[in-house]
Design a protein around this ligand. Sequence first.
Ligand code: SAM
Length: 288
Amino acid sequence: MKRLVNPSVTREVVDRFSFHFKKQLGQNFLIDANILNKIVEAAELSEADGALEIGPGIGTLTQALAEQAGVVVAVEKDDRLIPILSETLSDCANVTIRHADVLDTDLHALFEEKFSGRRVSVVANLPYYVTTPIVMKLLEEGLPLRSIVVMVQKEVAERMAASPGGKDYGALTIAVQYYTEPQIVCKVPKTAFMPQPNVESIVIRLKLRESPAVSVQDEELFFKVVKASFAQRRKTILNNLQHGFSLPSGKEAMLEILQRADIDPTRRGETLSLDEYARLADEFALKR
Ligand code: SAM
């Protein structure tokens, strides 16, 4: 099969199967070979590795992954793409196509079945309408992942890689940086896709950490504190926490927790570092 990463080949396949792009499934297929190479290079795959692709489309990125990784599994939600993938990837013996919604997929079982013993990277041009739930699922399920190399909407990449103090820094930043070290790979113009999306894109590499960036007594509580702190961005950390947690002795108890964590109660959630959130969560843990 010819390389799909090219406007005329992609158009030919799409037309031959009378395929119509569905905006609600985030279907913007990659047609830029230079960007495709950058994605694959960032994943640093070898024959010993596994690659999980989410949303293979007509198989453009999958073709390249099949050449680099030992085993490739691609999960595609749209049933209309399954017969197309059977044809475009018919030469790729190491590729398995799974027709499923990745959010409903038991990834532990899939990893056990297809990748057992291999290091796995997720490599994908993600459907933008579900980027955050997909990335959170990959991070929270404790899968044996080495890295996640994904194309996402520019603003989402900026949130993932943000530093404290700016408008991009939020609950997503903290979750991503707790589990991974993010690194922007490249910016991607709209013209790299068919059809062109309304937004600019970025390829980002999330390298999984050996252990989380900060150690906390209670991980669930840590994320609850983070979520509550960003509930209303304009409010102070004190107000947000009071709203999110109702402690028996109210404001006094909250002020004491903040003081013990050495955090000024008039600060806003977006100014706290991961270390400060960890300290704060551990003070909450003591109060329970
Ligand atoms: N990888 C292809 C490429 O780069 O040309 C297609 C990328 S396109 C941005 C996103 C793909 O994700 C589409 O094929 C879409 O049908 C698929 N998709 C959307 N939602 C999905 C979900 N929940 N689970 C799995 N695949 C999904």
